[in-house]
Structure formats: C-alpha cells, structure tokens
Design a binder for this molecule. Structure first.
Ligand SMILES: *Cc1c(COP(=O)(O)O)cnc(C)c1O
Length: 381
C-alpha cells in the first residue's frame, strides 16, 4: 500500500524531488501587484490593496464586513475581544485543533473547555457540547451562562473547520441560542468551504480566516476577521487599527487598539491569489478524487466532505485502521520524500492547557491515533 501511495503522489505532482504537504502557487498577478505597491510607496498599513482585498473577501463569502489582519491568530484574538470575552471567562472549543485556536483565547486570559469532535468531519460535536452544558452549566438570573462549579462565565463557542471540512453549524447555532453564547468560527483552514451553500465563517457572529503560507491562498502572513453586523465590522476596523478618531491632525484614541493591520504588500499578494482561488479549488478537488479512488480499494478510509457541505479539501486526510498502520504510513512516506503528517496532538496534552476543563474525548482520541494528512498543494507549482 505505502509503495503504491508514494507512486500515486509522485504521479500527481510529476516529480522525483521532495513533495511538501502544502506549498503556495503564484501563477497570476502576484509580481505585478507587489511591484505596484513598491512603485507607489504604499507598502505599509494603508493602501488600495487592503481595501480591495477586504472587498474581494466580502464579495466571495457574502459577509457584511471583512477586516484584514496580520494573521489568523490576530483575527481570532480580535473576534474574542469583540465578543466580550474577558479574563477568567470560559470558551468552548475542540481538543482536536491547531494550537492557534487556543492561543487566541489564552491571550484574553480566558480558558478553553475541550469538547469532543464528531467523527465524520472532525469538528466540534453539537451533541457533546449540549450534553456538557446540560451537566455543567446554568443560566443565571441575568441570562448569563455560567459554569456551575466555579461560577465562571461561559461566553463563546469556537468550533474549527478541520482541514476545511465544515462543522455542523445549524446544530451548534441552536446550542448557542439556547445558552446565549456567541459563535466564533475558526475558519482559518476553510476559505472556499461552504456549509449548506453559505461560506464558512459567516454563520457565527464572527469568523476568522488565515492566509498563512500553507493555507489555500496566502498573503505571506495574514488573516481576515469576518463580521456579521455592520456595527461589529466598524468596531473591528477601529480596534484592529489604533482606535483613532478621525481628525485631520489631532491624535485622539478612544480605546486600546491592537494594531493588527495587514500591510498593503501582503494584501497585494492576497488580491492576486483571490483571482486564482476558483482554479485552485477545482485543482485541489481533482487531487482529492484521486486519493479517494486510491483508498477505496484499501482498508484506509479517505476523508470526504460531509454530505451537507462543500469542502475546499485544504489538506487531504486518511483514517488509518489503527495507530500501528498510521506510524508505518508516516515513516515510509516521509522516508521516501513524500511528506505526510499526523493530526495535531490533542490540546489538553499541551502543558499550557493540561488543567483545562474537558468533556469525554473518545472520538478526538480515536481520530488522533488514526488521521494522517497527505500532500495537497494544487498541481502545477
Ligand atoms: C492556520 C490556523 C490558524 C492561524 O493562522 P495564522 O495565520 O497562522 O495565525 C488558526 N487556526 C487554525 C485551525 C489554523 O489552521
């Protein structure tokens, strides 16, 4: 199986060299737009590409307001701030995620509550979330959701669309409504993924995208904060800059700003990349089909988009029969110069989150022992 898989990947990418997990593709106007920023001298945090890039993301996702940020973690951090998450508050999230999800809430002084994933799309399980809340939470007289034992306020639910596969958003929204919690979607991996026709990151009050070098499109480093309401959007732009009140020359700032602005240089790259997004998504879908076909004849199970969604197939993944076969696959492919990677270690195993509250994590542990990511760059790099 491993030998055949290595051959398949080498055929897909037509190379005998090292094959990374996900490399960026620059096939369009990247150089021209970048050169334009330098010629115009608008390389920093003000410039037409920032506005254009925000507009392009708004048009593509149909979000009310998109605010460009320096990276995805910053977008998540600002989203939690705008969702009124404060030091000591609890935020419900999944144990199976990339560490950035939890870093964002850690820096608010908030604490994660780790809930299990559902084993189909590997996102936060609405049933497990509801069950944990029913057992451990209450609504106080003011309607604030609180952890029964500690009295800590539970403010938000932050699911993550793992590898680009959308979580069960309608069901999570229902739980959020019932317990008066804000939904903040970590859509860092899911640009181009749609839940029942709606772009991921637009169903929660806030969503965050990432344009890191390994994501579907890249701005070098960058992120985007998606805001459902005009009011949140305005406030998001205000706090992610320096919170300065407009005035021809006076400096007056009415609250602490983050200065999380995306430079125009990076936004120029983003504008060029957005022009190629559809082509890249189509390209990635074809690669996914080849993997799916290959694994259908094995005891390994290729991870397909859930039937309620259209995924971007950011990172292709396969479920191995057990830990031993997972380890063999990782060892042999990496030794052959074909990069594969296990899923992230569960968050509660990391020292900074070891003491966090958590529910039963059976499905997360099951997936952790079996999931392997496969090379997923668009072909033609
Ligand atoms: C990439 C990623 C982020 C953060 O993105 P950066 O732009 O690198 O800060 C956050 N969450 C998840 C799940 C990610 O994969």
């Amino acid at each position: 199986m491993q030998t055949k898989l290595i051959k398949l990947v080498r055929d897909i990418y037509s190379t005998d060299e090292f094959i990374p997990l996900h490399a960026p593709t620059f096939a369009g106007n990247e150089q021209a737009y970048l050169a334009e920023t330098i010629t115009s001298a608008f390389v920093s945090s003000v410039g037409k590409f920032v506005d254009e890039f925000e507009q392009k993301i708004q048009d593509y996702t149909h979000i009310t307001r998109a605010v460009a940020t320096v990276n995805g973690t910053a977008a998540l951090h600002a989203a939690l701030h705008l969702a009124d998450v404060k030091a000591g508050d609890l935020v419900i999230t999944q144990a199976l995620t990339f560490v950035a999800t939890c870093n964002a809430l850690y820096h608010m002084g908030a604490k994660p509550v780790f809930i299990d994933i559902e084993p189909n799309a590997f996102g936060l399980c609405p049933v497990a979330t509801e069950a944990w809340l029913t057992e451990h939470a209450m609504l106080d007289a003011d309607g604030q959701c609180r952890h029964k034992d500690s009295g800590a306020a539970i403010k938000a639910v932050m699911p993550m669309h793992t590898f680009g596969h959308p979580v069960q958003l309608d069901e999570l929204l229902k739980v959020c409504q019932e317990w008066d919690l804000t939904l903040v979607e970590d859509a860092a991996e899911s640009l181009g993924s749609f839940y029942k026709g709606k772009h991921t990151g637009t169903l929660g009050r806030f969503g965050a995208l990432s344009f890191n070098g390994n994501k579907v499109i890249t701005t070098g480093g960058g992120g985007m904060l998606l805001c459902q309401s005009e009011e949140d959007g305005k406030h998001a732009k205000h706090v992610t800059t320096t919170a300065k009140q407009p005035h021809p020359y006076e400096f007056y700032h009415d609250e602490p700003g983050f200065n999380y602005r995306m430079p125009n240089l990076n936004a120029a790259l983003g504008c060029a990349q957005m022009e190629q997004l559809e082509a890249m998504l189509a390209n990635k879908r074809k690669i996914a089909e080849q993997y799916e076909q290959f694994f259908s004849e094995t005891e390994f199970k290729f991870v397909k988009e859930p039937d309620y969604a259209q995924s971007n197939y950011w990172l292709n993944a396969v479920l191995c029969p057990d830990l031993e076969s997972r380890n063999t696959l990782l060892k042999q492919t990496n030794a052959a110069g074909v990069m594969t990677r296990p899923v992230w270690q569960l968050m509660h195993r990391l020292p900074m989150f070891a003491d966090a509250l958590r529910g039963d994590l059976t499905s997360s542990e099951w997936a952790e022992a079996r999931l392997v990511n496969l090379p997923s760059s668009p072909v033609g790099n």
